[in-house]
Every structure is written in C-alpha cells, then in structure tokens.
Ligand binder design. Sequence first.
Ligand SMILES: NC(=O)c1ccc[n+]([C@@H]2O[C@H](COP(=O)([O-])OP(=O)(O)OC[C@H]3O[C@@H](n4cnc5c(N)ncnc54)[C@H](OP(=O)(O)O)[C@@H]3O)[C@@H](O)[C@H]2O)c1
Length: 256
Amino acid sequence: MAQYALITGAGKGLGKAFAIELSKRKINTILVSKPNHGLQHFCTILKEKYEVDCVSYETDLLIYENLISLANWANQHFDVFILINNVGTGGTNKMTDVDIEYINKIIKLNIVTTSVLTHQLLPNLLKQPAGYILNIASLAAYLPIGFKTVYPASKSFIYSFSRGLNQELKGTNTSVSVVTPGPINTNDGVVKRTNKGFFGKFMILEPEVVAEICIQKLFEKKVEIIVNPMIWLLIKIFPKWVKTPIMSRIAKRELS
Ligand SMILES: NC(=O)c1ccc[n+]([C@@H]2O[C@H](COP(=O)([O-])OP(=O)(O)OC[C@H]3O[C@@H](n4cnc5c(N)ncnc54)[C@H](OP(=O)(O)O)[C@@H]3O)[C@@H](O)[C@H]2O)c1
C-alpha cells in the first residue's frame, strides 16, 4: 500500500514548503489546514505538477474532537510514515493585556496538537518499514522571553517532548527530530517584526530553505535540526540572565 506524509498547518508558510519539498521527492502527502483557505486547490497543483498523491483535510485543530477525528481518519485510511507537526501560533503581548483565549490557543495548537497527534499516529508509524516524526519548535525553545512568554514556553515543551520520545523509541523503526528555527519569511507578522531590528533581518530564512534542510536531516534521523547555527551558538554561549532581558527588551519594542 502507498505510504503518506501527514503535515499539519500545510496551507501556507513552512507547512506549505514541506508539502512542496516532499512532493518533489515523490512522497504522497496528507495536508491539514483550516477550512476554506484553498487547501484543495493547492493539493491539485501538487498532484499535477509532481505526479504524486495528495489528500487535503480541512479542519480547525483548536477543537479537540477534530484532532481525534483527524487521527482516526488517517489511521483508518492511510499508511503514514512521516508525521510533521508543523501547525503553531504565537504572539507578543503583555500578560495583563491578553484574554484566556490567547493563552489557550497557543497551548492547544502548539502543545496539545503536537503531543496528541503524535500519540494517536504513533502505532501507524511503528507499523511502517521506517517512521519519521518532525516537530517544529523554535530558537525560543532555548530561552524564556518576556512579552512572548507563552510561545517560548510552548516551544520548550515541543523540544523536550521530541527529545524524550526519540529516546523512548530507540531500537524501533521510528525516529523523532525537532527543528529550532529563528524567523522564517512566512507571513506579514514575522516580516514586520524582523524588519524592526538588525538581528531579525540578518537571521530570517526562506521557508523553502528551512523545509529542504529539515527533510534531508529528517531522513538522516538527526535528533536536533539547527537551521540558524550562528544564532544557536550565541544562545548556547550566553547565560539566561544576559539573553532573557535582552530578548525581552526586543520583544517589548514589538508592542509599539
Ligand atoms: N515563521 C516563523 O518565523 C517561525 C519561526 C520559528 C518557528 N516557527 C514555527 O513554524 C510553524 C509554522 O509557522 P508558519 O510561520 O509557517 O505559520 P503560518 O504562516 O501562520 O501558517 C500556519 C498554518 O497553520 C494553519 N492553521 C492555523 N491555525 C489552525 C487551526 N486552528 N487549525 C488548522 N490549521 C491551522 C494555517 O491555516 P490557514 O492557511 O487556513 O490559515 C496555516 O496553514 C509553527 O509551529 C511556528 O511556531 C515559525
């Protein structure tokens, strides 16, 4: 039976770049994204251009029942050998200015979706000749940042979850990789934020470049994928008492 890669948040940005990169490699895809944003049309283009199969599944992953339905549907109908937990959201805000939904959305989309979908699809991946899970964290996983606060914490979860599960799956067919990118040129929000500072402009990467590196390293079973090595090194070198206040000041400037 044909095998598939399932990608969440595949309608635009990095998820879309993953879909193109996998299609170029003749890998069939299941693309998941919010309804009515042109996912089906994108699938048709991939099918015709790369002569692969592509299935679209439109759903709001913020609703827990939808997440479970997606997993059940994928397990029933497909042999999934690659799972890319890409969907995610963030924000820069004062904790005193946000409502509960802001916090809930980040935790649900970043933490719950990644961990629950992995849990639900893992038996499927374990049945395949080889299985690969790619989780999308961020450089923010390595450092707490004020005014972003919830997002870096959620990405620390993804980082720790991925590395822990990779250990747990040692000796099986399935490996877990986690990527920790800096800014990626995916949407207007990121571009606006990075344009405000020298470092942002210097660090920003195109989604196609990130996707290509990630898929190559995924097949090499690389546990931690680093796409911004210079910044990664700086983050590793500086202690938290230096980098957290600096990054928080930069984040605070995004508020204005
Ligand atoms: N961009 C960066 O600078 C950056 C840096 C580090 C890490 N990351 C991480 O990389 C990942 C992708 O980021 P991105 O910038 O490519 O994101 P993006 O441009 O905002 O795209 C997000 C994708 O997720 C889908 N989505 C959003 N909410 C959803 C929901 N409730 N249910 C189903 N699908 C939903 C969107 O669907 P629609 O198309 O229908 O809106 C879209 O296809 C995220 O995990 C992010 O945290 C990004």
